[in-house]
Design a protein around this ligand. Structure first.
Ligand code: 13P
Length: 281
């Protein structure tokens, strides 16, 4: 069933676990994620970056693919189809009009006032259509969709202001995590995470979930994180398996065998994260 993320994240916040957000890039990965989450009976958020949306053909193609897989595979768990880092109102509108059930509007590189203005515009459009909205405050840096940027940590007052003025459903405060690989140990501000969580009713989102040691992930969940985004670690697990397959068989050419050679490693990584996040109830 395609749903927005409100019910799953409110439950996660109340019961101190996190819902996984995995990024999708193609039919195979979407199928693997749905099959694994159905097997483990956990809700899931499928994240689609702008680059991935372009790669897959567009928002209608993705909605059709996800709905078709849910139907054909007999998926019964709640599935949220979510725009990851939508850069404008227009992008979010396009996805919502095509049937996405959730969007992240990321105006975090703009001044707070402008971030709030754009986010509110998205919230007004989305909420009228039953679509949930996530927004970012501060700036989560690192490398995402081949774009690299610096980290700016979120301040509590900014978080309060954006939540109160826009009515967003989830907040991604930048608190030291980065997209892609970390240089050295991640340095997350857990104290501020806890304070933001205790001050605000909205569930918190942790971006850059790859490469954070398990004990820090557990601490983030204890400090109120209810949604954790993972992309790079899954990509690395899949591509490593495919590379091994291709170097062991230099005659392989069937795309189903090539892409499928990463399925086992991909699914193992998905299960590892779900168990770590405590999503299995
Ligand atoms: P990683 O690629 O670091 O796992 O981050 C994913 C993410 O935050 C997507 O929004």
């Amino acid at each position: 069933m395609l749903v927005n993320f409100n019910e799953m994240l409110q439950k996660a916040k109340a019961e101190h676990f996190a819902v996984p957000h995995f990024n999708i890039n193609n039919l195979e990965w979407t199928k693997y994620i749905l099959e694994e989450c159905e097997r483990l009976q956990v809700p899931v958020i499928l994240g689609v970056s702008e680059g991935a949306a372009k790669y897959m053909g567009g928002y209608h193609a993705i909605t059709g693919m996800v709905k078709g897989l849910i139907e054909d595979l007999g998926i019964t768990i709640p599935v949220c189809l979510h725009v990851d880092h939508g850069s404008s109102f227009e992008i979010c509108k396009k996805a919502i009009d095509a049937g996405f059930t959730s969007v992240m509007i990321d105006a975090s590189r703009k001044e707070l006032e402008e971030n709030i203005r754009i986010t509110k515009e998205v919230v007004d459009y989305a909420h009228e259509r039953g679509v949930s909205v996530e927004a970012e405050v501060g700036h989560i840096g690192g490398t995402e969709d081949n774009i690299t940027s610096e980290v700016t940590n979120a301040r509590l007052e900014e978080c309060i202001e954006i939540v109160e003025k826009t009515g967003i459903d989830a907040l991604a405060p930048a608190l030291g995590s980065v997209h892609g690989f970390y240089k050295g140990e991640p340095n997350l501000d857990f104290e501020r995470m806890k304070l933001i969580n205790e001050t605000l009713p909205v569930p918190l989102v942790l971006h850059g979930g790859s490469g954070i040691p398990d004990n820090q992930i557990k601490e983030a969940i204890a400090c109120g994180t209810s949604k954790i985004n993972v992309n790079t670690e899954v990509q690395v697990a899949w591509s490593k398996a495919v590379r091994e397959f291709l170097s062991a068989d230099n005659k392989a050419y069937d795309p189903r065998k090539v892409i499928g050679s990463g399925e086992k490693a991909f699914k193992e990584k998905i299960e590892e994260k779900i168990r770590l996040f405590g999503t299995i109830r």
